[in-house]
Design a protein around this ligand. Structure first.
Ligand code: SAM
Length: 235
């Protein structure tokens, strides 16, 4: 599941036969994506309200999600909450733009071409309210990629405290990171063997014996390509 598809470059990484879902109110698909991908031209908030997503997924959990839609904290938080409810204990959620470059490109109001917004606050928020999650922000250029594991589809902490969380985090200034950005954001080295150790042995579901379904080695290679390309294009 990808929130924020744009031209679909990242979605091309979904192999043939993958049940892939892309959500973006303004996507401009310019790449050939697998025929089994379904695109929804709507905001992620609308998507989760309007559709019976479990039915859309054919009863399967979301194995891998990439959050790269609206680059504001509260939008990314809602995307995370909506997705986590659809995951299994073996799922992975990736979030783009969690390692900001500077205050200007991380501002809530966009004034620059390159804009990561205040998504970085999601990491601080999850560390505070969901210490049960395993969070690493891989230091890939330009603005990092968070990998979140240990998901719990039954957790209601974020939903129950959503107003309190927004009141605390939306106005939070960039300067809080001055204390120790890398420690606060769980920065993780851009080193593939170390990154690989964060991922499940079989990160992608193979539903059938299709020749295109990745085996153990194939899945690892695919994950590496996903990491590299997501970091490059998701901006
Ligand atoms: C940075 S681009 C996504 C790039 C894409 N993930 C990739 O890797 O190629 C951000 C996209 O998010 C979309 N977007 C903005 N607000 C959104 C929302 N509320 N829900 C879903 N997508 C949104 C924009 O239309 C834009 O195409």
């Amino acid at each position: 599941m990808e929130i924020g598809v744009f031209e679909g470059e990242s979605l091309t990484l979904a192999l043939p036969g993958t049940r892939a879902i892309g959500i973006d109110p303004g996507h401009q698909l310019a790449h050939q994506v697998t025929a089994t991908a379904r695109l929804y031209r709507e905001t992620s908030d609308d998507f989760f309200v309007k559709h019976n997503v479990r039915k859309v997924l054919g009863g399967l959990p979301v194995d891998l999600a990439f959050i790269d839609g609206m680059h504001l904290f509260e939008f990314a938080l809602r995307d995370f909450m909506n997705i986590e409810a659809l995951t299994s204990e073996n799922s992975t959620v990736m979030v783009h733009d969690c390692l900001p470059i500077d205050e200007t490109t991380a501002a809530r109001d966009r004034t620059t071409n390159k804009w990561s917004g205040d998504i970085w606050k999601l990491i601080l928020c999850l560390k505070e309210y969901r210490p049960d999650l395993r969070i690493s922000v891989v230091d890939v250029r330009p603005t990092g990629l968070a990998m979140i594991r240990g998901l719990d589809a039954t957790s209601t902490v974020l939903a129950d405290r959503y107003e309190e969380i927004c009141a605390k985090y939306v106005p939070m200034p960039f300067s809080v990171l001055d204390a120790d950005r890398d420690r606060m954001l769980n920065v993780f080295p851009d080193d593939w063997p170390q990154i690989r150790s964060l991922l499940p042995a079989e990160p992608f579901r193979s539903e059938s014996s299709s020749a295109s379904a990745p085996g153990r080695r194939g899945a690892a290679a695919l994950s590496k390509r996903v990491m590299r390309r997501l970091a490059r294009v998701g901006r």
